[in-house]
Design a protein around this ligand. Sequence first.
Ligand SMILES: C=C(O[C@@H]1C=C(C(=O)O)C=C[C@H]1O)C(=O)O
Length: 379
Amino acid sequence: MTSEATAGVLPAPDAAVADPAALLAAWRPGEGTWFSGPHGGLLARGAARRLDDPDDAGRVLGETGGIVVGALPYDPAEPAALVVPEEITWTSAPARPVGRGVDDGSDLAHWHARPVPDPARYEAMVAEALERMRSGGLEKVVLSRALDLVRDTEVDRPAMLRELAARTLAGYVFAVDLPAGSSLVGASPELLVSRRDGEVVANPLAGSAARRSDPDDDEAAGAALLASAKDRHEHALVVQEVAAALGAECDTLDVPAEPSLIRTDALWHLSTTIRGRSSVSSLDLARALHPTPAVGGVPREAARRAIRELEPYSRGFYTGMVGWMDASGDGEWVVALRCGEVGGCSARLYAGAGIVPGSVPSAELAETTTKLETMLAAL
Ligand SMILES: C=C(O[C@@H]1C=C(C(=O)O)C=C[C@H]1O)C(=O)O
């Protein structure tokens, strides 16, 4: 039951189709947004309008036509980074330039790296979350940590994006201009929601295991994940909430009873593809779902509080969403994971892990380390 590609919408049918690798190579920080998925993507350039309130997106698109594209932060009270671009070029195939090869690993020799918080503190955060679960009121929470990287020379963001695309076998690759002049760059495996011609797809992920270099060990790691009661519970909590939130907005909804496996360069994940039909816009669907327990927790408020009290920073755009929507409401929004904010000579990378009863602090720390590998490899 392994699938290489997560579901996603295709570019608009009347779109111009360009050479994906050439288009990817044309992305420049400060000039626009790159967003691509298993079935294609887009390069958006210029900003006819900037929107920091997603409530304005539908009305503005009614006036301007075209699309909105960009990112929404984890905290809905913080400003979004959405634009109506001046120019959009679509591709109907994934951009997979030839990279340095997937086994190079990361070379951090030129970087000064500082984990935030330090690893021991992250384990203590996980222990505190488990304590809150024992005393009741919290079932699941996703706790994250960051890695701050600084070096002497400016980061080559276009090269980083090309490297990420080269390493991403399935899933989504993006680079979004942020107001401070930095970029949100990442490679997320998780489709929050897409809508095309009324067809809705959501693909929540939760439950993870590190990939192995030996093919037999790797298959065994995937099979063990699929059989793990703890991970299936962690996954089911997410599917239940996504199905309930989408159910309220959809006319029909199909929720598979069993998860399947997907793989990224570094990880196996439990995955469920939920399908439905809705006249609600893709951005409104995405905002109704956010934050799913894949990045927040259960119950939503108790998890939000635990995240606010235990994580030592504001998440910014990490675990927010990235994507686009057209004037009809069709579009595609992915969870901002396996990503970082990159600007000048520095980068802040993020990774989190879902904590449920039975989680082990050292194992959750190791999972976040594995999740950071996707971005580290692109540096
Ligand atoms: C929070 C992250 O990933 C999320 C958490 C997962 C988990 O806990 O198993 C799996 C996929 C994502 O939904 C991240 O990559 O930072």
